[in-house]
Design a protein around this ligand. Sequence first.
Ligand code: NAP
Ligand code: MG
Length: 503
Amino acid sequence: MATATSPIVDSRLGAAASAFVTSKHQMYIDGKFTSASAGKTFPVYNPATGEEICQVPEGDHVDVDRAVRAARRAFDGGAWPAMSPSKRGQLLYRLADLLEQHTDEFAELESLDNGKPVSIARVADVPLAVDLFRYMSGWATKTMGSTIPLSAGNDFLSYTVREPIGVVAQIIPWNFPLLMAAWKLGPALAVGCTVVLKLAEQTPLTGLRLAQLIEEAGFPAGVVNVLTGFGEACGAPLAAHDLVDKVAFTGSTEVGKLIAKAATGNLKKVTLELGGKSPAIIFPDADMDAAIAGAASAIFFNQGQCCCAGSRLFAHESVFDQVVSGVSDIAGKIKMGEGLDPSTELGPLVSDEQFARVNGFLKSGREQGAKFVAGGKEHGGRGYFVAPTVMSGVKPGMKVVDEEIFGPVVVAQSFASDADLDRLAAQANDSIYGLAASVWTRDISAAHKMARRIKAGTVWVNCHNVFDAALPFGGYKQSGWGREMGAEVLNNYTEVKAVTVKL
Ligand code: NAP
Ligand code: MG
């Protein structure tokens, strides 16, 4: 039995989601659904109540080794390398169709497991994952090299080819469990890699359900393997495994550094999508209603648990009070509640650990003299709820300004009327991170000048949190290595080979 306790099923779940939650959960290794080899399981909790939802397998290094060897076999021989790019693309497209057909089920599972509003999961997490698989399916037939004239002369014909890098380990976090799985799997499979995917311990449900759709779509055994387990016991041996050619990680900068170290054994390739402390910068000429609503959504979307959350708000001193009170008004009106309640706008944080972490930041803000304009209080009662919080009276050097909070908490700072764009950009860039930024202005020249000056992988103008499968996303500085999505991501999963012929 997977569990001794009977799972608690929420009456707001549809039949499909309930059936999945109450089924026996297994990992997916070598085309088979399987328990952990040690027979252990661990609980998955509902962050809205703190209650156990179900148990999932606690995979360890033995399961990691089984999965990696299966992926190795699938890459080195058999049906996958023999499959045409066109067929690979069709499988990905079929997976997208299957996922789309199960939109409600996946949205409900994501909401139950992560806490996020089901209304948002239905229009964001699931459709974005569907789009990603569709978009990547097109690349399966388009990973091209180039013909290169040699600088030394005409006696040679040289060309490059892009080949799949091999067996890829993918380790993902809990903030967008399904979408992060899609971001990782889509491009790796499109170019012909095989994968071992480790899900976040807090949110394994949609990834395990996705494994069933992967099987249904018809991917050959061993091409995708999906593991559940803890970071140290399951993630670490996966990142270190000698038969893995590449590791792709999304999560904290701290663990990202461990992944980079673990990869040195066989010098496997590494890409990292890590934390952020992204600025949202409001100029005095901005459309104020749009900027205020945008700045609020930049930080409160997904309970602030976004690596690119607009967690540092900068507003020109002439509009600072208006911006801070506008964002605080929105904060005060957001409807908090259980994710499965269809009217909920802001759900609980993902776990007791994250709840304690964010409350630690609130305490630190208070101790270091921040002024709380909205929120800042524990929400009380059960579940891991933190009210949307706006702090002013803050400056660099304070923990709440320098560190990633990963909760619905924004720190607001003003910039001076005489601050030129270089000084403003220096303020915005004053962070170890460089993931994203948004600039709010009607001045087209100022917008583009700021876009040049910001040291981040994404700059949004008059918007924030706009994602698209076609757009590369990733970080400067300690926000990571490499890019997700777009054509860029294909570089993460391919090696370039130069072939030269003497004519
Ligand atoms: P995390 O520890 O970095 O977890 C991310 C993934 O890495 C999970 O699958 C985790 O497994 C795994 N992992 C943990 N330790 C590992 C190790 N030594 N070797 C290999 N894999 C390992 O993130 P977290 O603890 O869940 O969250 C902590 C903070 O990270 C957050 O407060 C936030 O600041 C940041 N974060 C950033 C992102 C992002 O999108 N950039 C996402 C999530 C969190 P387990 O699930 O078992 O821990
Ligand atoms: Mg962790």
